[in-house]
Structures are given as structure tokens and as C-alpha cells.
Design a protein around this ligand. Structure first.
Ligand code: GLV
Length: 323
């Protein structure tokens, strides 16, 4: 009997075609995220699951998926998967580290420039026909990245790649990492100092129970007036309610690619704030990076379906290795 594999998102035909020859595929092609109940039903006798950030893989989904041999996500982050439940059920979870580092770091720097030079705001302004004079000395003034002190929260691969880019701009860089790391051109400081001493603070930690709302109300309040928060990590790294207050009062600016609730509801307060540049979670969205992520996810899936060790495993404990 052919093994069954659930694909919880719509992927281009040519990408999934090779899987079709090996497995019976059940592919979700709805325009909204796959409902949990459908996922549970489809997984009842499936051995493989290929998923992405839009599908939460909860403990109850895992508990009912009795035949499941592998979960492979097209993402580096695994916070949408109950990793502890997967590990307890001896199900390896594959993810895609490494390949999206440069694209995400590019986007973080892009957001820094967009927010401090008011690029999205200026674009909106022009399109609404407000450009009635030519060059104006005080039109849409911003601040210079070269003169900024930039704080990096999390000096893992994406934080480090962001630092590498920022060095070219000549700005001063302060950094914090949970386990101290020394990086060329970065002054290592306390987390509190990153928030209170920088003109731009960029978040690059994974979302874990320890990092939920690492950009807390108090830390946001300690940021310099006029400072900018950049988030290309996860929405839940930020106390969004507190950030909305800081943005509404005009004290802070933001460049955000990620949100606690995705998609962002159409009446969300962020959408009415001129001083926030908003993107729909596109940190890794380049053609070549997405292809590399899918390739890596398929390698993980195939390995897991055939009972081999996953090349990129987020819970190596299932193989008796430490995380
Ligand atoms: C994107 O956010 C990822 O985790 O790959």
C-alpha cells in the first residue's frame, strides 16, 4: 500500500510532482489556512506531513496522527509546531535553517531604511496626489542609518548577517545574545541597554517561552524618543498593544514583517499608523530562497518517510542527540 502524505498548503505543481510518484498525496488548496479538524482527519492514516507557518501543528493534532513518521515544515522557525509533543511521540520535525539567512537580513536592513527614510509613507503620499511643489527643503525628512546606533537582539545567523550588512553603513552596532557572542564591530551589552541606548532595535531571536514579548512594554518605553523597532522574527516577540500605544503617540517608529495574528485583521490598529512600515511576512520571499527552503523541506520529508535521519532536524532528541 502506498504511504499517505498530507501537504497542508498549495505548492506549485512541478514542485510536488516528484512526491506524487512515491506517495499518495492529500493537498490542501483552500485560500485560507487548513482548518485543524480537516488536518486531523487527513492525518488519521498519513505517514508524512509537509506544512508551513500558516498551519499550527498542535499537541492534539499530533496525538491523533498515529501513523505519522515525519513533520516537515517549509520554515526555519518551528514555533507553530508543538515540538515537545512531537518529540514525546518520537516524530522528527524537519525545518530549513541556513538558506533564508541572507534574504531575511536584507529585509531587516530594508525595513530600517524604509522606516527611517519614510519610504512607504512617501510612496502613499505621492499616490494620493499631494506632491504639488517640486523639491522642498523640508519634505518628508527622516534620519540617517549611517549616524544611527543600531541594536541587534539575538546574534544567531540572521542577526550576524544583519550586522555584516550594517557594518557597510558605518553605524554603531550594539548587540545582545542569550549566550554571549563576540562579533566583529559589535559592542556586547545588556538587553536593557540595547533597548535604551539605540536609535534602531532589530529583533532576531527565535520565538521560545523565554523570548515571548522580549520587546516588553517596559523595554519599549525605555527606547529613545524617535527610535525605530524592526521585527522580522515573530510577532509574539513584541508586546504589540504597548507598541501600538508608542506608535500612536508618535514616540516610536516601526518596521514590521511579522505579527502575532497572521494574516493581520483588516481593522487592525497597525494599519492606520503612518509611522509603521508593514509587510506580510515576506522575510524569506525571494524566488531562490523559497526554492531552497522547499528543496530542504522535501529532503527532510523523504528521509522521514523512508525511516532515515532528517538532514535538518529541529528535535534531534528523537535520535538520542542533544538539541
Ligand atoms: C520564517 O519566518 C521562517 O521561520 O522560515
Amino acid at each position: 500500500m502506498t504511504s499517505k502524505c498530507v501537504i497542508s498548503l498549495d505548492l506549485p505543481e512541478d514542485i510536488v510532482a516528484p512526491l506524487g510518484g512515491q506517495f499518495e498525496l492529500l493537498t490542501w488548496s483552500g485560500s485560507e489556512a487548513m482548518p485543524e479538524m480537516t488536518l486531523q482527519n487527513w492525518l488519521a492514516d498519513a505517514e508524512g506531513l509537509l506544512c508551513a507557518l500558516s498551519t499550527p501543528i498542535t499537541a492534539s493534532v499530533i496525538a491523533r496522527a498515529e501513523q505519522l513518521k515525519v513533520i516537515s515544515t517549509i520554515s526555519v522557525g518551528v514555533d507553530h509546531i508543538d515540538l515537545a509533543a512531537a518529540t514525546a511521540a518520537s516524530i522528527p520535525v524537519g525545518h530549513t535553517p541556513g538558506v533564508l539567512v541572507d534574504s531575511t537580513a536584507d529585509l531587516a536592513v530594508g525595513l530600517m531604511i524604509a522606516a527611517t527614510r519614510r519610504i512607504a509613507e512617501a510612496d502613499r503620499w505621492m499616490r494620493t496626489g499631494q506632491w504639488s511643489q517640486g523639491w522642498q527643503s523640508d519634505l518628508l525628512l527622516g534620519t540617517d542609518l549611517s549616524q544611527a546606533t543600531v541594536g541587534i537582539v539575538g546574534l544567531g545567523p540572521i542577526g550576524e548577517a544583519t550586522v555584516k550588512r550594517l557594518r557597510g553603513f558605518g553605524c554603531r552596532i550594539l548587540g545582545w545574545n542569550r549566550t554571549p557572542r563576540v562579533l566583529e564591530g559589535v559592542e556586547t551589552v545588556d538587553l536593557e541597554d540595547v533597548f535604551s541606548r539605540c536609535d534602531i532595535v532589530s529583533l532576531h531571536t527565535a520565538l521560545t517561552p523565554d523570548t515571548v514579548q522580549i520587546a516588553s512594554r517596559e523595554r519599549l518605553a525605555s527606547m529613545r524618543s524617535g527610535a525605530t523597532l524592526i521585527n522580522t522574527g515573530r510577532g509574539a516577540l513584541v508586546d504589540e498593544e504597548a507598541l501600538i500605544k508608542e506608535l500612536s503617540s508618535g514616540r516610536l517608529k516601526a518596521g514590521l514583517d511579522v505579527f502575532e495574528t497572521e494574516p493581520l485583521p483588516s481593522d487592525h490598529a497597525f494599519l492606520s499608523l503612518e509611522n509603521a512600515v508593514l509587510l506580510p511576512h515576506v522575510g524569506s520571499a525571494t524566488r531562490s530562497t523559497r526554492m531552497a527552503m522547499v528543496t530542504r523541506a522535501l529532503e527532510n520529508l523523504q528521509a522521514g518517510m523512508s525511516g532515515q535521519r532528517l538532514p535538518f532536524c529541529a528535535n534531534p532528541e528523537v535520535y538520542g542527540l542533544s538539541a
